[in-house]
Design a protein around this ligand. Structure first.
Ligand SMILES: C[S@@+](CC[C@H](N)C(=O)[O-])C[C@H]1O[C@@H](n2cnc3c(N)ncnc32)[C@H](O)[C@@H]1O
Length: 289
């Protein structure tokens, strides 16, 4: 097995093949290229490299993906439903009909689906731990979680910065936040990139909901690097306590150890550590000095 740095042209070819497939065309091209350059030196040939890259992208992005949203037509239908719900209830920015539409969309992403019964508890607990509802929020590896806005209690003026490597999820989130008149930015970015722009835009709170385990599989130093680059007062990291298949398999103990390791790597910058877990999800709030 060769460990030579991969040839740039071959990285482009493998990335192009992967990005051309229906399942992975909406993954940030920077993530596809990074994973292709990591997998090429381990691969037997081009075909093997393509398989390896697809497997890694499945673990990072594909496994959680919205089901039922079929490309641009699916997005247009979802947006129509959100717009209609908003228009039918003009007095309430986040009224009942909009909540019902958001709930259906949240059920499409594995990660938000398992949180549905505890949505208001989760955000209320987090805001309690950070001393109140934030005026600005950074949602890293957000998936479809910003569609939980009706249960978050944020002011419309609170700036919501949503970042993910899934272009489809970011497109839906961006349009949704515009429809409901939320101050926001929605950005496609590789949060595991070893170099490049950090998420340094200041905010009151950064959410890393169920993101650390996903970054760990891409690069064991990515989560620490990401948190160190943040200009925020509070970092909220959460971890699933059951696998996508519903098995517990000692996940809670494993992730408690992961939190300890992250806190110890962050050193004295972490001043307070609070837990605001809900069933299914270990939630830890770190207050930075
Ligand atoms: C387990 S889901 C969590 C989604 C959301 N935070 C939640 O709790 O519902 C992990 C998310 O991280 C995103 N992701 C994975 N690797 C990424 C990367 N390198 N850069 C940015 N986002 C990434 C995936 O697209 C997915 O939306």
């Amino acid at each position: 097995m060769s460990q030579e740095p991969p040839d740039d042209a071959e990285v482009q070819v493998v990335s192009g093949i992967v990005a051309g497939s229906r399942r992975y065309r909406s993954v940030d091209p920077a993530v596809v290229r990074r994973v292709a350059s990591e997998e090429l030196p381990r691969a037997r040939n081009r075909e093997d490299a393509v398989k390896r890259v697809k497997r890694r992208l499945h673990q990072a992005v594909g496994a959680y993906r919205a089901t039922g949203a079929a490309g641009a037509g699916g997005l247009a239908r979802d947006l129509d439903r959100l717009r209609t719900a908003r228009e039918r209830d003009p007095d309430a920015r986040l009224g009942d009909e909009l909540r019902a539409a958001c709930r259906d969309l949240l059920a499409r992403h594995a990660s938000t689906r398992e949180r549905l019964p505890f949505l208001d508890r989760l955000y209320a607990g987090v805001w309690d731990a950070v001393g109140g509802v934030p005026a600005s929020l950074l949602d890293l590896g957000c998936g479809l979680a910003p569609l939980s806005l009706p249960w978050m209690g944020l002011e419309a003026s609170a700036h919501y910065h949503a970042i993910d490597a899934d272009i489809g999820a970011i497109g839906l989130v961006d349009a949704f936040l515009s429809i409901v008149g939320q101050a926001h930015a929605a950005e496609v970015r590789d949060l595991a990139a070893p170099i490049g722009p950090q998420a340094a835009q200041p905010a009151d709170v950064a959410l890393l909901l169920k993101l650390v385990p996903i970054l760990d599989r891409q690069d064991p130093s990515a989560a620490q690097r990401l948190v160190q680059g943040l200009a925020v007062r509070h970092v909220v990291a959460s971890f699933p306590v059951r696998s996508l298949g519903g098995h517990a398999r000692g996940m809670e103990a494993t992730y408690r150890r992961r939190v300890e390791a992250l806190v110890s790597a962050l050193g004295p910058r972490v001043r307070v550590q609070t837990e605001t877990s809900v069933p299914n999800e270990l939630v830890v709030v770190l207050t930075l000095g």
